[in-house]
Design a protein around this ligand. Structure first.
Ligand SMILES: [Zn+2]
Length: 473
């Protein structure tokens, strides 16, 4: 009888085992397979600074509504795979800033390019950090004074150093932890390319246009079971506010709300492909609602989506972590002589006049503009999560397409505004449609020699696939 029972038990176990996967997620893996470190720095400027984002501003910042921060999350799979993800409450990541942090991080911490990801929230309520004279003069619509340039230069020098130190602090803070992924949704981002008469597109809410409302979340838990970090994303401009006050906009508020809800956790915002997405309503669209109320409302909505994701089934994220970093070389469509000559006169600023003269001279000598090297980065967390980070103000078509094309066992997370924010990265559709993100922004202020050629999307997507091929080997 006893042996029959033992046999029955053995049979039950054996039959059950046949239907179990070879490895149970989380069952055989160590409880804390990662080494994780977080660090945060206040990067709020002292005093008044010229601000980035809206060319309509005529005065520097006049107060601080919310402190802005740089944060770093170091993830180490303890088998040689690691990355430091740096998020910034800033308008963008100038290529020179990335180059500096990359160089210093290589020297001081041995980080390789694919082990560093810099992402900006694109808040339009932060200091101007591009020290390019042209950019300054265009933003100010007049020559910047030596004092203005000195203040901006000091801020950027301090920022460069702070970011390298921040990377080091996050690596230093590494301790055992585990990672989990989940996703929810938030609905306040809306497409902002509204079709108008004669096939043109204006910068206004377009409820029928494509959006990406996913809110991906990476939950980082320490060995004590406490949440150490929440990395979350959303594809939308941080343009709820329009005044001259320093603020992280909705992403800043979402981070603050989350840190209040999960004491001890650092919340980091990773901007998605929101190049053609705005938060609505925004600024002074609603007569009886103040922008400072709207920005908290959007921040709350996003923080609530993160909390909802944390209450959905969480997927354990295992290693190995493998990354690759490269550049898609993007060519420009040259502007005609007539088009360029139109920029030689007022109302265009002297900075734009000079740029047009330069391009005309190049054209006369038969010289083509050099292509733009657009950074593309991929991070593969075993077979659980693939994170793609693309430079520029990436329009939503890229994340929608990549999530479709890369669909498989791993979840897919696509970030824009990473490692260099050079301007808009249009898709083929947006380029064909034209308008602001389709090349109009490039041409209007001539910060690029023209719109990108029509193969731009294939080149960027092709680079993503190429890099993923490298990390799959
Ligand atoms: Zn933008």
């Amino acid at each position: 009888m006893r042996s029959a029972l033992r046999l029955a038990r053995w049979l039950t176990f054996s039959i059950a085992a046949c239907f179990l996967p070879a490895t149970l997620p989380g069952a055989q893996a160590p409880a804390t397979p990662w080494q994780v470190g977080v660090a945060s720095r206040d990067i709020t400027p002292e005093g008044s600074l010229w601000m980035a984002g809206y060319a309509s501003r005529t005065a520097p910042s006049d107060r601080v509504d919310q402190k802005i921060r740089a944060k770093a999350l170091a993830l180490d799979d303890t088998r040689g795979g690691r990355v430091v993800i740096v998020t910034l409450d800033l308008i963008g990541v100038p290529a020179a800033l990335r180059a500096h942090v990359e160089r210093e991080s290589a020297q001081r911490f041995g980080l390789k390019p694919h082990e560093l990801l810099l992402n900006a929230s694109h808040t339009h309520s932060a200091p101007l950090i591009t020290l390019d004279r042209f950019e300054l003069e265009h933003t100010f619509k007049r020559a910047a004074t030596p004092e203005q340039i000195a203040v901006a230069t000091r801020y950027e020098a301090g920022l460069r150093q702070a970011l390298v130190d921040l990377v080091g602090e996050s690596l230093q803070a590494r301790a055992p932890g585990r990672l989990e992924f989940a996703q929810a949704r938030a609905g306040f981002a809306m497409n902002r390319r509204r079709p108008e008469a004669k096939g043109q597109f204006s910068n206004n809410p377009n409820p029928g246009g494509p959006v990406d409302h996913d809110v991906p979340v990476l939950k980082v838990t320490g060995a004590d079971g406490k949440v150490r970090a929440l990395l979350f994303g959303y594809a939308c401009h941080n343009t709820t506010l329009g005044e001259s006050h320093i603020s992280g906009d909705y992403a800043g508020h979402a981070q603050d709300f989350l840190q209040a809800s999960y004491p001890g956790a650092t919340a980091l915002f990773l901007t998605g492909c929101g190049g053609d997405q705005n938060p609505y309503p925004r600024r002074k669209m609603v007569p009886d609602q103040k922008p400072e109320d709207l920005v908290r409302q959007h921040g709350r909505a996003l923080a609530n989506a993160v909390s909802t994701a944390l209450n959905a089934p969480l997927r354990p994220v295992q290693g190995p972590l493998r990354g690759a970093y490269g550049h898609a070389m993007l060519d420009y469509q040259p502007l005609s002589k007539t088009e360029l000559e139109a920029y030689l006169r007022p109302p265009h600023t002297p900075a734009v006049n000079a740029r047009a003269r330069d391009l005309l001279q190049k054209q006369a000598r038969g010289k083509r503009s050099a292509p733009l090297a657009c950074p593309v980065q991929v991070l593969r967390f075993g077979s659980d999560l693939t994170l793609v980070a693309i430079a520029g103000e990436v329009v939503v078509d890229y994340s929608l397409r990549l999530k479709r094309e890369l669909k498989g066992p791993a979840d897919v997370w696509v970030a824009g505004y990473s490692n260099d924010v050079f301007g808009y990265l249009a898709s083929r559709r947006v380029l064909d449609e034209g308008g602001y993100e389709g090349g109009g922004a490039n041409i209007r202020i001539l910060n690029h020699p023209g719109p990108f050629t029509t193969d731009v999307e294939e080149k960027v997507i092709g680079k993503v696939h190429e890099l993923l091929g490298q990390v799959r080997k």
